[in-house]
Design a protein around this ligand. Structure first.
Ligand code: NDP
Length: 425
């Protein structure tokens, strides 16, 4: 990030004088608290709760809560820092934040998760609010947890406001929120292709993951004429030589969201598909070693290493749009940049999710709900403007076509200029 910003700081000595970088790196506020809770057997447990309020120069803090055993202050500070720039790119007035706990909901009963969420919110409620800090889901925090967090907030504050996004549709949630990240990553790819007078029509695509982002990436690819050939989970991947059509996508959604099954079952159901289990001895991911035009990494961190990036290029991939957060290692990113392919970094390409969270906040403030079409149209326009902002910033600082620099610089400039306008605070 700082490497991308060097030419900006050179051109704007006023940022250096005002110590904008030093100030942006330091969160505005860190809240750290004890979360005691009782399991179903009556044993007492104590976890740590965190909320990092990174920057509110362009709007109230906004960012998800992560419940996972790996959560610590360092990881959340880094995620909150990244969130500041992603949110700035969306064009919506949202600052950045992140939070969570080292509590892991996996294997816990609904009652245990509810008691944990109630205890967590009985401290957090005094630090957040619809005009100061709006939280949301992330790893380990889905619809169930958002409900269990909103309930105690509403009771303790005695108010019904949009302090959390990702809510249920009948109590303040927005249409298209579940679809937004996957749809957005496809819209971003489509914008990148348009710079070379190409479209997604007829393009073959490698998609990883089979969760929320992967499912709606496949759906939007079908809408725009693309053909997804793969899905994966942490056990292995599927290659379907005929491509994944709507009927097969409905099967995946039912398999993963309802039955909580494994992708292996897809190959038992459809003859055109081959399942390959993960081989821990391999130093590359065979999913990325098939002939295709585009890749949509939508599973997890560091899932494309240098060798995978080289394999993708060898197989004809010339568009990569990151649905997941940082799925490509820094060396893998360099392989793409050296070759000059269309590479959309997650900070820009997957910003559709938080953008629709911003639209949920707007609808909550108005006490009004937009239709599916209205939200989808706004999402498409937001992804278009994120793309233009990246292109313009990259050109302005002499790295045309480099969306990594473009995203970092465009996000930074918006926040830095707001901080300059508001003086030393
Ligand atoms: P889900 O939990 O719905 O799905 C994740 C998928 O990735 C699952 O199919 C999971 O398989 C698979 N997976 C996990 N680890 C691996 C692995 N090592 N190899 C192959 N597959 C793996 O998450 P989402 O779809 O919501 O999120 C995916 C990514 O997108 C994450 O990086 C997330 O941070 C990012 N993201 C999500 C946003 C959103 O709105 N949902 C917004 C912005 C970014 P298994 O079932 O085996 O665990």
């Amino acid at each position: 990030m700082v490497e991308s910003l060097e030419p900006v700081i050179e051109k704007h000595p006023e940022y250096r004088k005002a110590k904008i970088l030093e100030r942006i790196i330091e969160p505005e506020r860190i809240i750290l608290f004890r979360v005691p809770w009782m399991d179903d057997q009556g044993n007492v447990h104590v976890n740590r709760g965190f909320r990092i309020e990174a920057n509110s120069a362009i709007g109230p803090h906004k960012g998800g809560l992560r419940f996972h055993a790996s959560v610590n202050l360092g990881i959340l500070k880094f995620l909150a820092f990244e969130q500041v720039f992603k949110n700035a790119l969306t064009t919506l007035p949202m600052g950045g934040g992140k939070g969570g706990s080292d509590f892991d909901p996996k294997g816990k009963s609904d009652n245990e998760v509810m008691r944990f969420c109630q205890s967590f919110m009985s401290e957090l409620f005094r630090h957040i609010g619809p005009n100061t800090d709006i939280t949301a889901g992330d790893i380990g925090v889905g619809g169930r947890e958002i409900g269990f967090l909103f309930g105690p907030y509403r009771r303790l504050r005695d108010e019904f406001t949009g302090v959390l996004t990702g809510k249920g549709l009948n109590w303040g949630g927005s249409l298209i929120r579940p679809e937004a990240t996957g749809y957005g990553a496809v819209y971003f790819a489509s914008e990148m292709l348009a710079t070379r007078n190409e479209t997604l029509e007829g393009k073959t695509c490698l998609v990883s993951g089979s969760g929320n982002v992967a499912q709606y990436t496949i759906e939007k690819l079908l809408d725009l004429g693309g053909k997804a050939m793969t899905i994966s989970d942490s056990s292995g991947y599927i290659y379907d030589e005929e491509g994944i059509d709507r009927k097969k996508l409905a099967y995946i959604i039912e398999l993963k969201n309802v039955r909580r099954g494994r992708v292996k079952e897809y190959a038992d159901k459809f003859n055109s598909a081959v399942y390959t289990a993960v081989d821990p001895k391999l130093d590359y991911n065979p999913l990325w070693n098939h002939k295709a035009d585009c890749a949509f990494p939508s599973a997890t961190l560091n899932e494309i290493n240098t060798k995978d990036a080289q394999n993708l290029l060898k197989n004809g991939v010339h568009v990569v749009s990151e649905g997941a957060n940082m799925p490509t290692t820094p060396n893998g990113v360099q392989v793409f940049l050296d070759k000059g392919i269309l590479f959309g970094p997650g900070k820009a390409a997957n910003a559709g999710g938080v953008a629709v969270s911003g639209l949920e906040m707007a609808q909550n403030s108005m006490r009004y709900s937009w239709t599916r079409e209205e939200v989808d149209d706004r999402l498409r326009l937001i992804m278009k403007s994120i793309h233009s902002a990246c292109v313009e910033a990259a050109e302005r600082f002499n790295t045309p076509g480099n969306y990594v620099n473009g995203a970092n610089i465009a996000g930074f400039l918006k926040v830095a200029d707001a901080m300059m306008d508001q003086g030393l605070v």
